[in-house]
Design a protein. Structure first.
Length: 415
């Protein structure tokens, strides 16, 4: 169990400037998108306006962060041997000006710490890594991009790439280092990626997360900022899957990919595998009738699972969006409503207001019921790298049971 110590911070401002490939670069002012947290009569709330752009959360003073952690500890079991404090925020943790003060104070709780996503761009002296380790940091998620300092300087705007890479090596030698690399075709893939992987392996890194670059709206840019980088075409999903599988075979580190794939656990959607079909018996009977609206990456997996559940009352419709939780009302407007049953289930975290969803999905004159499914249906490579295959299957069973429950509730058959 990890307790989040949110230090705040704003992308681009509290990270020494945007990386060239950053999801938040070129963000334009947007109207509220709408989401499940909005009030019924109003489109817009903190979650789907400034929350999605992460523009309002300045770095917090350390005593505020410590107080929040203490409050959370009071509501949990502080003697849990698996308990860990995850220091993270909207900015770059390595740029947090009170990082050593914070870790020094949290160290008094005798609970190990995880430095959540950091690019290391705030590291001017690699010795900070040793000091943080001495204060209880035993896990680090580090956006490496490449072990080539010139590439880090050019693409990440890292002012001291040699020092940040030295720090990454120190973390790899003494903690569980989960390196992360956004793959930019023609930039940090190919031989350069293999050199990065070889370096990580020699340093003793725990894992590597390969991340597919998003450069278009359909790939996940919903903040009016496409393309982030001109003249770059992202890997196709199949190309990216093969890259993850090939790197996993060649190097002795735990390799996962997001949005696909985890060669070790079968995530996402391990239940779609024929080898795991036996576990589907633990999903309750489907008594409702509905259409599941999802992303084009998730759709084939979900369809395969429901085919194995032997029902003719559920169909799956894919939007043009690659990631289901980034579906917006524009994606729903593009659907052929003749494919949608009288009940539709949309992703729990989709950025669509309930009123918009009902209006759009009833535009053909059929008054449809629109329900929301679980916030997730599987785990991606950012999470599955710390899990076993059994963990993933257990989690997916729980989520698909929640989905079937939604289908049975919203899609109840009228007699």
């Amino acid at each position: 169990m990890q307790i989040v110590a949110d230090v705040g911070g704003i992308p681009g401002k509290d990270c020494r400037g945007f990386c060239k490939y950053c999801y938040f670069r070129k963000v334009k002012p947007i109207e509220p998108l709408g989401c499940k947290d909005c009030s019924p009569g109003k489109i817009g709330c903190p979650q789907c306006s400034e929350g999605v752009t992460e523009t309002k959360n300045e770095f917090k003073m350390p005593f505020f962060v410590v107080n929040e952690v203490q409050t959370t500890l009071m509501m949990t079991n502080p003697n849990d041997k698996d308990l860990k404090v995850n220091i993270s925020g909207g900015g770059d943790v390595s740029c947090y000006p009170h990082l050593e003060e914070l870790t020094g104070t949290l160290h008094q709780f005798d609970i190990p710490m995880h430095l959540g996503y950091t690019s290391g761009k705030g590291i001017d002296d690699s010795e900070i890594a040793n000091r943080l380790i001495n204060q209880g940091v035993d896990e680090v998620t580090f956006t490496l991009f490449s072990s080539n300092p010139k590439l880090r300087s050019e693409w990440m705007k890292d002012p001291n790439p040699e020092e940040s890479l030295k720090a990454a090596r120190i973390f790899a030698e003494s903690t569980d280092l989960h390196a992360a690399t956004v793959i930019i075709p023609g930039v940090n893939d190919g031989d350069i990626l293999h050199k990065t992987c070889a370096d990580l392996e020699s340093w003793g890194a725990k894992a590597l997360i390969l991340m597919r670059f998003a450069n278009t709206t359909n790939e996940g840019l919903i903040l009016g900022n496409e393309p982030i980088v001109e003249d770059i075409t992202s890997n196709t999903v199949d190309e990216f899957r093969k890259l993850v599988e090939d790197i996993n075979k060649e190097y002795n580190i735990r390799v996962t990919g997001t949005p696909v794939c985890d060669p070790e656990t079968g995530a996402p959607f391990a239940l779609a595998s024929s080898e795991n079909e036996i576990y589907l018996q633990f999903i309750q009977k489907i008594t409702g009738e509905a259409t599941i609206i999802t992303s084009k990456i998730a759709a084939p997996y979900i369809e395969e699972i429901f085919n194995k559940l032997d029902t003719n009352d559920v169909n799956v419709v894919a939007t043009n969006k690659d990631i289901a939780c980034l579906i917006t009302k524009e994606d729903l407007e593009e659907l052929d409503l003749s494919d949608v049953k009288k009940t539709a289930i949309i992703p729990g975290r989709a950025f669509v207001h309930q009123n918009d969803a009902e209006k759009i999905l009833s535009a053909d004159g059929i008054d449809r019921v629109v329900g929301r499914g679980p916030e997730k249906l599987s785990v991606d490579g950012e999470m599955s790298g710390t899990l076993t295959e059994e963990n993933v299957i257990e989690r997916e069973l729980e989520l698909f049971r929640d989905l079937v429950e939604a289908i049975n509730f919203f899609g109840m058959k009228r007699i």
